[in-house]
Design a protein around this ligand. Structure first.
Ligand SMILES: [Mn+2]
Length: 322
């Protein structure tokens, strides 16, 4: 059992520790990386040896988050902190090594089921970045421009540029403070919400061509098959945020994305505008997440998965008279 602690207690622990590794989740997003690198920089400012552990090399649009965080080659880990990791499987390639040795878990997912010695989970926070901002204050570290950029990236990406229903007054006050501290919001929002690639445009063409509607238009389903990923050599970066396309359509209450990962494995992302629970929908298939955004995986071929989720969507949307 993990011991739930306050942020002040978490700060005290961190100040008493050294040689700290910060774990981020697989398929890294702006929140896990922004929060992880911001916390690392703050701990470094307190004279700690620290490094961020990722499941893959961080290149492309997220690479700037790593600035100024060189790690000694002879680093020996003593303490492990996870940020934005809701469940052990999200540790990916690092799961085996780390899942039983996490000292502190920091997260904002209501479904968090990580085992750690100490835990701070605040599901009211729109992003782990909001929690890390408060933690850095508790550590007594002055937030420089780079830390502000990391935290702004965390918060803006997890809120869809402050458009999702998880955005609260506190979220906006946190973001406002980061602007006051000199973060480059224009560069960050351009990078994550406007900049696109040719490959991405090709993917969107395919998605609009193959999109399906069910439940009388209350549910829209899009598909990303292995064939299309191979044809355009799509990376996770190219596909980021694609899941939010279906729910933009008028009348759609539940937007579903089926990503074919292999012949017998598909990942499903559910997105809603908050009135239908994406979390409850994905729980039917052993997954979970938030009210407006959740996911699950099904070990079946894509045709079977299509039938399963459309039939569940019909059940959910018709039952609730949505
Ligand atoms: Mn997050």
């Amino acid at each position: 059992m993990s011991k739930t602690i306050t942020l002040d207690e978490a700060a005290k622990l961190l100040l008493s520790w050294n040689n700290i590794e910060i774990l981020t989740h697989q398929s890294p997003d702006g929140d896990t990386l922004g929060s992880g690198y911001a916390l690392a920089c703050a701990l470094k400012a307190k004279g700690k040896n620290v490094r961020v552990i990722t499941c893959e090399e961080i290149v492309g649009n997220f690479a700037f988050l790593k600035d100024g965080l060189e790690t000694d080659e002879d680093f020996v880990c003593e303490k492990v902190v996870s940020v934005d990791v809701a469940t052990p499987s999200l540790l990916g390639v690092n799961r085996e090594k780390y899942e039983n040795i996490i000292d502190l878990c920091l997260d904002h997912h209501v479904t968090n089921d990580m085992e750690a010695t100490y835990k701070y989970v605040d599901s009211e926070s729109a992003a782990a970045g909001e929690i890390v901002l408060k933690l850095i204050d508790a550590l007594g570290v002055e937030i420089d421009k780079h830390i502000a950029n990391c935290l702004y990236t965390a918060i803006t990406t997890d809120t869809g540029c402050f458009k999702y229903s998880n955005t609260t007054g506190d979220t906006l006050r946190a973001a406002a403070r980061l602007l006051d501290l000199g973060c480059d919001s224009q560069m960050i929002n351009y990078t994550f919400f406007e900049l696109t690639t040719r490959k991405r445009v090709e993917l969107e063409k395919y998605i609009y061509d193959t999109m399906e509607f069910c439940c009388g238009g209350k549910c829209a389903v899009i598909y990303i098959t292995c064939d299309i990923v191979n044809k355009f050599q799509l990376t996770d970066d190219d596909m980021g945020g694609i899941e939010s396309i279906p729910r933009r359509i008028e009348g759609v209450r539940l937007g579903l994305t089926i990503k074919e990962k292999s012949e017998n494995l598909c990942k499903i992302s559910a997105r809603t505008n908050g009135d239908v629970s994406a979390n409850e929908f994905c729980k039917n298939f052993g997954g979970g997440g938030h009210a407006a955004a959740a996911g699950c995986a099904i070990n079946e071929n894509i045709q079977k998965v299509r039938e399963m989720i459309i039939s569940k969507a019909e059940e959910v949307l018709n039952e609730g008279n949505c």
